[in-house]
Structure formats: structure tokens, C-alpha cells
Design a protein around this ligand. Structure first.
Ligand code: MG
Ligand code: MG
Length: 309
């Protein structure tokens, strides 16, 4: 029997973020030893290199705040193809890049799940909901829209390719949420997205809410995608991100989530997004994200040499 296969796919997406630097993310994960760490767990690792989006033209939109809409559409198309192809066998891990890349990964994975006759579930670990439409975002930063796009909210037609199999909003679970705009707050509630915000984690911990969600995925024979935004973590342990929000998940909360996800055997794909190496402290955040990916892929004991930051 061969070892489980993992494909690393770099996506140097920068166009969705307000601050420059996310495009260095894939290099930082490689420098922090992601492939070697996962290989050490006995996984068969293939590094597929970095994607390159197709040609595009920028186009006007009534919301004048939007920037890089054409480039975002091109990335979405490229990533959707890559996610669909890579999910045929093994577990693809997408190395961002800002969170707008998940518009593409979710689109391609939704198509894969539909072809398998299974529902796609999404665990969105993030301080934010990323549930804006092109019309409701006031920042104009497109890393705030991927979940709205992938769940089939209106307002993307004519600007982005239609997602072939939109994800049911009730199959999406937000964890760690602590920064929602008013328009998103209403939209998330009306859509029926499951939200375990930081207050829920403070009060109930991570185990019960996550166990409940994983039970639902298993009962539906679902395919599970995990999208991990660096700002899910508390800025005190993960400073390398352009959108820090105080009061995030602790080191152990984050690892426990990853360990439970591994134990569930349900995870089919992973996004690692929003790492900004330009804002990091000597690779500290990159190393933490690599360690979290390792916990998700089966590392059990947190035993490692002390690092000198
Ligand atoms: Mg995000
Ligand atoms: Mg975020």
C-alpha cells in the first residue's frame, strides 16, 4: 500500500489583499520546511510549484472601491481548474497568497464533490467571514468575498465564472470569527451559515462545536475542505498577517482543531492563506502554519527543538 499523497500548490495571489507581501507566502512555506515536515510523517509529497493565472483584462464595476477584479477572475479560473484536477487523487494543499484564492479552490472542489455525488463541507478558520459580495464590500479588497462567491450569492455573474456546483451555505462552518461588517452579519445569518465565533470558543472551547460539525459531515458522507486564514490565530503567536484582529485562537486551540480534523479522517483539501512574510518575525508565523498543517496531517506529539527567533 502506498503512502497518502499530498500535492503542494503555490498560489502567489496578492490582488485580493490591502497590503503587499502575501505573494511571498509559498516561498515562506517552502523555506519553513513544509514538504520535509510532511514527508517526515510518511506522506508522499509532490510539490507542483506555483500556478500562473491566464491573461485578463480589467473591467469596470459600479462599486468603485473594487480593485483588481479582472485579475481576481483570472486567478479564480486557474485555481478552480487546479483544485479540480489535484483533488482527483490525494490531498491538495494550496499555499497562498491572500484569501481570495479560495474562490477558485472552492469552485473546483465543489465540482469534484458533485462529480463524486457527495456534498462539499467547508470549515472556515478566520477572524472574518469573507462573505461580502462585489456590491457590499466597502474596502474593495477581494479577499473579503470568496465565501459569498462559492456559496452562490448573487452579484458575481458577468464578472466571474459561475461556480459549477455552489456550496450549500448550511454546509459552511465559520470558526474563530470576531470581525464582521454589518452587511456580512445580516448575510451570514440569512444564508444559514453555521458560526462558532470567538465567544463560543471562549465559553464552550473548540471540542464540542467542532465535533458537532464533523458529525454532520460524516453523516452526509461529505468531502471536507479546510480554509485556514492566519488571522484565525491570535496576533501574539501569528504576527505575519496584514489583517490582525486581537483575541484570536491560542496555540493549543488551533492544534487541537487540527488534531481532531486528522482523527476524523474527513479532510480532503486545505488552504493556507494570508501569510505575509514581509510582516512576519523571522519566519515565526510560517513555522506555526507548517506545524498546524503537520498536526492536521497526523503529527501527534509536539516535540521539537527550541527555535531561536
Ligand atoms: Mg479570510
Ligand atoms: Mg481574515
Amino acid at each position: 500500500m502506498t503512502n497518502p499523497r499530498c500535492t503542494l500548490i503555490g498560489a502567489r495571489v496578492q490582488v485580493g489583499a490591502g497590503r503587499l507581501g502575501c505573494d511571498m507566502g509559498p516561498s515562506a512555506y517552502r523555506a519553513a520546511g513544509l514538504a520535509e515536515t510532511l514527508s517526515g510523517l510518511g506522506l508522499d509529497i509532490v510539490d507542483a510549484g506555483d500556478l500562473v493565472p491566464g491573461p485578463f483584462v480589467e473591467r469596470p464595476h459600479p462599486n468603485g472601491a473594487l480593485r483588481h477584479l479582472g485579475a481576481f477572475a483570472a486567478w479564480t479560473e486557474t485555481l478552480a481548474e487546479a483544485a479540480h484536477a489535484a483533488s482527483a487523487e490525494g490531498i491538495p494543499i494550496f499555499l497562498g497568497g491572500d484569501h481570495s484564492l479560495s474562490a477558485g479552490t472552492l469552485s473546483g472542489l465543489g465540482r469534484r464533490a458533485a462529480e463524486e455525488g457527495r456534498p462539499l463541507f467547508v470549515l472556515w478558520l478566520d477572524a472574518h467571514a469573507d462573505f461580502h459580495t462585489l456590491d457590499t464590500t466597502t474596502s474593495g479588497n477581494l479577499h473579503g468575498v470568496p465565501l459569498a462567491y462559492a456559496t452562490g450569492r448573487r452579484g458575481f455573474a458577468g464578472y466571474l465564472p459561475a461556480p459549477p456546483a455552489p456550496i450549500h451555505p448550511g454546509h459552511v462552518c465559520l470558526m474563530g470569527t470576531r470581525s464582521l461588517d454589518p452587511a456580512e452579519r445580516v448575510a451570514v445569518r440569512e444564508a444559514g451559515v453555521l458560526v462558532h465565533d470567538m465567544r463560543t470558543i471562549d465559553e464552550a472551547g473548540v471540542v464540542a462545536p467542532l465535533r458537532d460539525f464533523l458529525g454532520r459531515v460524516a453523516a452526509a458522507r461529505g468531502r471536507l475542505h479546510v480554509s485556514l486564514d492566519v488571522d484565525f490565530l491570535d496576533p501574539g503567536i501569528a504576527p505575519g498577517v496584514g489583517t490582525t484582529v486581537p483575541g484570536g485562537a491560542t496555540f493549543r486551540e488551533a492544534h487541537l482543531i487540527m488534531e481532531m480534523l486528522h482523527d476524523s479522517g474527513l479532510v480532503g483539501s486545505l488552504d493556507l492563506v494570508e501569510l505575509n512574510p514581509f510582516l512576519d518575525e523571522r519566519g515565526r508565523t510560517a513555522h506555526l502554519m507548517v506545524d498546524l498543517a503537520a498536526s492536521l496531517m497526523g503529527r501527534r506529539v509536539l516535540d521539537r527543538p527550541t527555535q531561536s527567533y
